[in-house]
Write a protein that binds this ligand. Structure first.
Ligand SMILES: [Zn+2]
Length: 121
């Protein structure tokens, strides 16, 4: 389960949130549990995005998040493939999304398709 660390820019509170999926993370509008504001910065530490032949299965959730935020479809696709490519529980949608990303389709579009599909279930 991906865990994300945040810092509130209003009150300095630091906290962590868990999301079941990246789509859930994408749709989330987290607020500070201390002051209730949305002035949050995600804390991502020391990640190098462009390193070739990365082993995504050994990445921390923050590193994965930074790959997602890079907006590089192929890189995200590779990550999806390495992390979940052999897990049949993730289902056809996940694997379809992985293939689309590897072909270079925009992440936003692939995520939208994913969300649309899962809403219909
Ligand atoms: Zn706060």
């Amino acid at each position: 389960m991906p865990e994300y660390h945040y810092k509130c820019r209003s009150c300095g509170n630091r906290f962590s949130l868990f999301y079941k999926t990246y789509a859930e993370f994408d749709a989330a509008k987290p607020v500070c549990p201390n002051c209730g504001r949305e002035t949050l910065s995600a804390l991502i530490q020391g990640v190098q995005i462009a390193a070739p032949n990365r082993d995504y299965t050994k990445m921390s959730s923050q590193e994965m998040l930074s790959v997602l935020e890079s907006g590089d479809s192929r890189q995200v696709g590779e990550m999806f493939q390495q992390v979940g490519g052999t897990d049949p529980r993730l289902g056809k949608q996940y694997h379809d999304a992985t293939q689309k990303l590897l072909k270079g389709e925009k992440i936003e579009k692939v995520e939208r398709d994913l969300r649309h599909n899962s809403d219909a279930e």
